[in-house]
Design a protein around this ligand. Structure first.
Ligand SMILES: *Cc1c(COP(=O)(O)O)cnc(C)c1O
Length: 372
């Protein structure tokens, strides 16, 4: 996809904010607990490689991604730190992962058998490091029973190609004031872990929410994602133990200004009718940039003042109602601060009934990311 370098719609990424969020979290961890920065989905839309650089500088000792290509992107960028792929990868890539020192998540014995066979046939002698997923209540991937855990450990002891580097689980409700399911899951995790004779190097359960609000259940590695970007995983239901600094600011500029006559309409479907002679500004951003169509009615900031998006959002443009005639080229803040007003990613997410995760990683490649 092309990057819109000749258009003034830009996502500014504040490296200092990411650095500070990682450091604040590291200060709360004991010396034995490591922090892996989660940079899947292009660093939640912030840019995986740049975020990884900052996180590493701040003290992250490894990275988590969702798919193999994201791990390879980091290796190609020159990172030598451990990388864990959190999703299931086709077993045909076992040797590719082993030779790139990429650790992978495992959720079935069959996969392990096939990986070992593939590695034995391959040219490389590199071991494949795996992290065993335990499903304690997320219902996504992972082994569920004590018998499976015992069988997996016994299998590891029988061969040398696949190395038991870690074991982990993932919580479905670590971000909620209601911690009943969390307690059930941690109990199940501890019961399953008791079946191991020898613990692997890494034991981990914590996403951001677990690290922030259930620190005592974090074991020796945390998978730090959304909070690194300065966003509260609970969406505000719980307060973070330190101030999270949002890293992303989304801005554009007014590309065109005109005065409408009362009765004239705006946009596809003519869903908005001017009541009087209103000043209307056009913005060069639309759903083709991930600025979702259901953001109609959302405010943006012009000179510190809230202005409503009127009419349907188009693929590449949208219109706002201005309080007075504003010069073309004036900066518009879509996410971030303008004078005394702020629009958060949370506000954007609330408007379209989703979570800020989805808005951030939904911003398309067409919007350039600039690092400040
Ligand atoms: C995405 C993901 C994380 C990071 O979650 P955040 O809420 O962004 O901190 C951690 N662990 C797993 C397994 C994930 O898929």
């Amino acid at each position: 996809m092309v990057v819109g370098r000749h258009r003034k719609t830009i996502a500014y990424i504040d490296k200092e904010a990411i650095f500070s969020n990682v450091q604040q979290e590291l200060q709360r961890l004991n010396e034995k607990t490591e922090l892996y920065a989660v940079v899947k989905a292009n660093g939640y839309g912030h840019g995986a490689v740049e975020v990884a650089k900052v996180a590493k500088k701040a003290g992250a000792t490894g990275f988590c991604v969702a798919i193999l290509d994201e791990a390879l992107e980091l290796r190609e960028a020159g990172f030598t730190e451990p990388i864990l792929v959190l999703g299931i990868v086709d077993v045909r890539y076992a040797e590719l992962m082993a030779s790139n020192h990429i650790s992978v998540t495992v959720s079935s014995i069959k996969w392990l058998h096939q990986a070992e066979a593939a590695l034995a046939k391959g040219n490389s002698s590199a071991q494949l490091a795996v992290h065993v997923a335990l499903d304690t209540g997320m219902g996504r991937i992972g082994f569920k029973t004590a018998d499976e855990v015992k069988a997996v450990e016994a299998w590891f002891e029988k061969q040398k190609r696949v190395y038991f580097e870690g074991i982990f689980t993932h919580f479905a409700k670590a971000d909620s004031p209601d911690d009943q399911l969390f307690k059930q899951q941690i109990k199940k995790f501890n019961v399953l872990m008791n079946n191991l004779h020898q613990k692997p190097r890494y034991i981990h359960t914590a996403n951001s929410a677990t690290a922030l609000w259930h620190q005592e259940s974090s074991f020796n590695l945390i998978r730090f994602g959304i909070a690194m970007y300065g966003l509260n995983p609970s969406g505000g239901a719980l307060t973070a133990p330190y101030p999270l600094k949002p890293a992303m600011k989304l801005i554009t500029e007014i590309s065109y200004v005109k005065q409408m006559q009362a009765g004239e309409t705006i946009g596809y479907g003519a869903t908005y009718t001017a009541h009087e002679n209103e000043w209307i500004g056009t913005l060069p951003i639309g759903y083709g940039d991930g600025w979702r169509r259901d953001l109609q009615g959302q405010d943006v900031l012009v000179n510190g003042q809230r202005c409503e998006i009127v009419g349907r959002i188009c693929m590449d443009q949208c219109m706002i109602r201005l309080p007075y005639e504003v010069a073309e080229g004036t900066e518009v803040v879509l996410v971030g601060q303008s004078q005394d007003e702020t629009i958060s990613l949370q506000e954007i997410a609330d408007h379209v009934h989703t979570i800020h995760y989805e808005i951030a990683c939904g911003l398309t490649e067409r919007i350039p990311r600039k690092y400040v």
